[in-house]
Design a protein around this ligand. Sequence first.
Ligand code: SAH
Length: 202
Amino acid sequence: MTSPSWDWAYGEGGQAPWDIGRPQPAFLRLANDGLLAGRVLDAGCGTGEHTLLAASSGADALGIDLSSLAIERAREKAAARGIEARFEVADALNLADLGLTYDTIIDSGLFHVFDDVDRARYVESLASVLTPGGTCYLMCFSDRQPGTVGPRRVSEEELRAAFGEGWAVESIEADAFDLQPAAAGLFGTDSAQAWRAAIERV
Ligand code: SAH
């Protein structure tokens, strides 16, 4: 099982390496291409940059996260920036509990936190709320990233295997996560190798 709260990452002095205060460039490109549209769910939204990006691109956007501290920060950002987006504390493993469905799902850095058992539960959870024809845009740590610091590495084959029946993997491209400058010491660089995938619910 994964950590029950994740508040540790967002508390005093908890400078999460991924919490860069702006969207990841990969998701900015998706927004610029008009792909973050309709009813959008940002699963494991953290402090909400991608939810806010989707909302400012015209989407009806909801961000969910297990960490109530992260959700507090996200709501503060939305208010400070005058952006209409919703944020809720919720478990991405039980998305159907929210009673909503989505045209598009964003996952920036959530998929790779799960062990094998929860990974399967997560993909089922996504399938239960993404409408047929809808797309999940997912970015996870890649096995091309050297070393062992940080989250679990994911291979392209593992990604394809995780999204089997009921899904069509449209693309998997090599990309990168921008990291907090403070994390550069940990990783040796200020970015980390990632896979960016577009996966359609069929
Ligand atoms: N998407 C954000 C955060 C990525 S870090 C960003 O790009 O900055 C992964 C996030 O997933 C953390 O905020 C963590 O609190 C959250 N998380 C972990 N397990 C979760 C679960 N089961 N349900 C919802 N959120 C979860």
